[in-house]
Design a protein around this ligand. Structure first.
Ligand SMILES: Nc1nc2c(c(=O)[nH]1)N[C@H]1C(S)=C(S)[C@@H](COP(=O)(O)OP(=O)(O)OC[C@H]3O[C@@H](n4cnc5c(=O)[nH]c(N)nc54)[C@H](O)[C@@H]3O)O[C@H]1N2
Ligand SMILES: Nc1nc2c(c(=O)[nH]1)N[C@H]1C(S)=C(S)[C@@H](COP(=O)(O)OP(=O)(O)OC[C@H]3O[C@@H](n4cnc5c(=O)[nH]c(N)nc54)[C@H](O)[C@@H]3O)O[C@H]1N2
Ligand code: SF4
Ligand SMILES: [Mo]
Length: 764
């Protein structure tokens, strides 16, 4: 199975550490850097990482400090790993592809594929061919343009984007796609924070979070739900530590006692190096998977009780009256609940819920942070709106030290959306494109990720083009998605590294190798920079400095300009040639089309960049009612049959999405193996299994059997009937049709599975 090979690598278990970062993190960074490149290149890269004139970390979207940055180490262990992966000196040219058939590459694990190195030259897979062969850029563009022109409708093509793409490349890409004639612009956000965007848009009028880093530092209470910052946003721990020093209380809500939420040794401070621990979480609520709605309602119910005993002391009634709608309906619905039922539903004792409510009772500077543990559930949009309900009751939005903080994933996923990478563009945005460029952009909505998969599966879409990412492995229902991609006439990937989407391909396939963030980008003898928007709406420049590993690589903006010229020819209304000369021209165009980018070229050159406007940050709610809206929603039922379990698919400490840096998950005490399933010890016993046993996992949604073979049981501190496995190995089990209401995000954290003993032997 090219889409899902099973290979065991030798599980070793250790006791999960109780402290994140510290010296082991420094060692781990250095190990990855030195394995991938020489010390000189490695040091050069790390010294530029996240510096004001350096390049933006290709890891996550956590912001850099606005003020002082450490001159030598403004990054974390996983930022260093991201660099090691991207700036590796191993490269794959025609000789590699001649020696390795596509089928033989399909037998490798994702870890093995990633270690092969950077793609060094454009590669082409002819119809029926077994091997990729070299192709010139010109011929590659020609083939893509031919395919796209032959389609009956532009809507038969799909243009995916992953969130590493710069603002400049993203803007040009959507421009080309819309001038070509479709809004089929699915992106990784559809699988990520789409639920946050929808929920916040409805509730407070903007799909982005409201807080700045300074708000986190000043907060009195920080609630962290469904997020594992120690692994996925490690420098958030520094911000949390600062908040703690300022007296904040931290409440963490998670089925797993993630090490990064417990204690933190900051490797960038003397205290951290001296092993002085900073306990982070004050109240840990070990919720059942998707128990968050019940928990949030339980907390607000207790707040309501106190407010009624002492009116005006708990809720911000002036804020509620002036700035919100729907309060009365919300409160009367809330009253129908009983604490005991809610406690039962979320799996947290009433005493602990009381403790959390007490921490919030007389505080108003409250920040709520969340990530995939909330967004990837059926009822995700409602759960996120319930967080907003809580903040609205307390008047905790639109003022310093308070607000919403959906912690974004990819380093420029938020910027890509701002640039118009969206299958449902706003009419005002399309109108602006038309005014500025003089072509009529398509008005009807395009496919998101899930609908794109269905369209390719059914043959309604025939050409798939990806600006980055790893569509096959990142999307749900791997076997179904593999069929969808194989059904295409052409699949094209603009990529830095080899991945499984190059191996599970259409009738013809192309890999177009591009520069990464750390690479020096020279156009017309001048070093260019690109720009990115982080999770808090700061737009900053990013200038790569490493010598690219091959002369054949092109920058993403240049690739789009050249492809657009090949595709749209002299008919195009867009000055593609000019945009390719200097990226300042692209930024001038962005300034003309997108609000908030006034003086873009000037302001982005200021150290640290600039903040984009954000109504909810300043208490202006641009919603349908002109106010912040309360939302009424029921507690979801998560019924499980007697032999069923709930499974969340999560990230290990050694991966970036589908890129597997290593085989360890240090903070969870799992070494050298990814094919594991975390189970509650009581569940293991009552199901007649034993820890260390190998099992197969099944999902039966919609009368279809989905199977993932060969997972070793690890006994773990996780609520009963809850299990966890790593993404992407178990994506094969995530049904493409179980999606979040309104956001259409695959339900990757709430997969119902059955577990059966396996016939596969786990010995290597
Ligand atoms: N090193 C590294 N950094 C990354 C990434 C990476 O893969 N590696 N990926 C990037 C991307 S694209 C993203 S989106 C982010 C992802 O960042 P996270 O959202 O932190 O990533 P996940 O591993 O998916 O973790 C989800 C967390 O939610 C918890 N959880 C699962 N289900 C529930 C639930 O029902 N309720 C609650 N309360 N908690 C739940 C899990 O136990 C886990 O701790 O990280 C970004 N940064
Ligand atoms: N089961 C399950 N599935 C999930 C998730 C989950 O938690 N559980 N999480 C979802 C989430 S939050 C996300 S964001 C998606 C991620 O989905 P994607 O963004 O599609 O996946 P990545 O693994 O981040 O993409 C990695 C590939 O991007 C390419 N790449 C890296 N850097 C660059 C660059 O600078 N330019 C270009 N052009 N290419 C580059 C490399 O070739 C690399 O192989 O996965 C989703 N899928
Ligand atoms: S926290 Fe995220 S952006 Fe910052 S250095 Fe680490 S991986 Fe990079
Ligand atoms: Mo993400």
């Amino acid at each position: 199975m090219e889409e899902n090979p099973v290979k065991f690598t030798g599980l070793k278990l250790t006791k999960p550490p109780t402290v994140a970062a510290g010296i082991p993190a420094v060692w781990s960074s250095m190990k990855h850097i030195l394995e991938a490149m020489n010390a000189f290149r490695g040091t050069k890269a790390l010294l530029q990482l996240n510096q004001k004139h350096g390049f933006d970390c290709p890891g996550c979207a956590w912001p850099d400090p606005d003020d002082e940055r450490s001159p030598i180490a403004e990054y974390c262990e996983n930022g260093a790993k991201a660099i090691a992966e991207e700036a590796t000196t191993r490269k794959l040219g025609p000789a590699f592809f001649a020696a390795n058939s596509v089928a033989s590459l399909g037998e490798l694990t994702d870890y093995e594929i990633g270690k092969k190195g950077r793609i060094a030259q454009p590669m082409y897979l002819a119809p029926g061919a077994t091997h990729y062969t070299a192709v010139s850029w010109k011929d590659a563009y020609g083939k893509i343009a031919d395919h796209l022109r032959q389609l009956e409708s532009p809507d038969q093509a799909v243009f995916y984007t992953s969130g590493r793409t710069s603002n400049e490349a993203a803007f040009l890409y959507q421009l080309m796609v819309r001038e070509y004639g479709t809004n089929n612009l699915p992106d990784c956000s559809n699988m990520c924070h789409e639920s946050s965007g929808v929920a916040l848009g409805e509730a407070v009028g903007i799909g982005k979070g409201s807080v700045t880093l300074e708000d986190i530092h000043q907060a009195e209470v920080i609630i962290i739900l469904g997020q594992n910052p120690g692994t996925n946003h490690p420098r958030m721990l520094t911000a949390l530590q600062k908040a703690k020093e300022n007296g904040a209380t931290i409440i963490a809500v998670n089925p797993l006692m993630e090490t990064g939420l417990l204690n933190f040794l900051n490797p960038q401070t003397v205290k951290g190096m001296l092993q002085m621990k900073a306990p982070l979480t004050d109240i840990f609520l070990q919720v059942k998977i998707n128990g968050d709605m019940a928990l949030l309602k339980a907390i607000t119910l207790l707040l309501l009780e106190e407010e009624e005993k002492n009116p005006g002391t708990v809720f911000d009634n002036a804020f509620i009256a002036e700035q919100t709608t729907g309060y009365d309906t919300y409160i009367s619905h809330l009253r129908q609940h009983r604490l005991a039922d809610l406690a039962q539903a979320c799996g947290i004792s009433p005493e602990q819920i009381r403790e959390a409510a007490a921490a919030l009772l007389h505080k108003t500077k409250i920040v709520a942070c969340w990530a995939m543990g909330l967004t990837q559930h059926k009822n995700a949009v409602d759960t996120i709106r319930e967080i907003v309900n809580l903040l609205l009751l307390k008047g905790s939005i639109g003022k310093p030290g308070a607000g919403t903080c959906p912690v974004r994933g990819h380093s420029n996923v938020q910027g890509d959306r701002t640039m118009g990478i969206y299958e449902k563009p706003a009419p005002a945005f399309l109108q602006k494109l038309e005014t500025v460029y003089g072509f009529k952009p398509p008005q009807h909505h395009g496919y998101d990720v899930v609908n794109a998969i269905h369209a390719m599966y059914k043959g309604d879409a025939k050409v798939f083009i990806a600006m980055g990412g790893n569509f096959l492995s990142a999307t749900p229902d791997t076997t179904y998605t593999a069929k969808a991609l194989r059904n295409c006439d052409l699949t094209v990937h603009v990529s830095t590294k080899l991945n499984r989407s190059h191996i599970v391909h259409g009738r013809e396939a192309l890999i177009l190798p591009c520069l990464g963030r750390s690479d020096k980008d020279i156009q017309q003898q001048e070093t260019q920079f690109v720009t990115c928007e982080n999770s808090m709406g700061v737009v900053q420049m990013s200038k790569g400095s490493l010598q690219p590993i091959s002369d054949h690589l092109k920058s993403e903006p240049l690739i789009v300009c050249e492809l657009a010229q090949a595709l749209l020819g002299s008919q195009s209304k867009v000055p593609w040639q000019q945009y390719a000369l200097h990226y300042d021209y692209i930024r001038n165009a962005i300034e003309q089309v997108i609000p908030g980018f006034e003086n873009y070229n000037k302001r982005v050159r200021n150290p640290g960049g600039f903040y984009l406007p954000n109504g909810s940050r300043v208490g202006k709610f641009n919603t349908n009612t002109g106010k912040a809206n309360f939302n009424v929603a029921d507690v979801p039922e998560n019924p499980l049959g007697p032999d069923e379990f709930m499974m969340m698919t999560i990230r290990s400490h050694d991966q970036f999405n589908t890129t597997i840096y290593g085989l360890d998950d240090r903070y969870r005490g799992v070494r050298s193996e990814r094919r594991v399933i975390f189970m509650n010890p009581e569940d293991i016993r009552s199901s007649g299994f034993s820890a260390g046993q190998t099992v197969d996992l099944y999902n039966y949604h919609g009368q279809t059997e989905r199977a993932a073979y060969g997972f070793i049981i690890v006994a773990y501190n996780i609520p009963e009937r809850c299990t966890a496995t790593y993404f992407p190995e178990t994506n094969v089990l995530v049904p493409v049709n179980t999606v979040a209401d309104k956001s259409n995000t695959p339900v990757s954290k709430g997969v119902i599975i059955k577990i059966k003993s396996s016939t596969i032997n786990n010995k290597i």
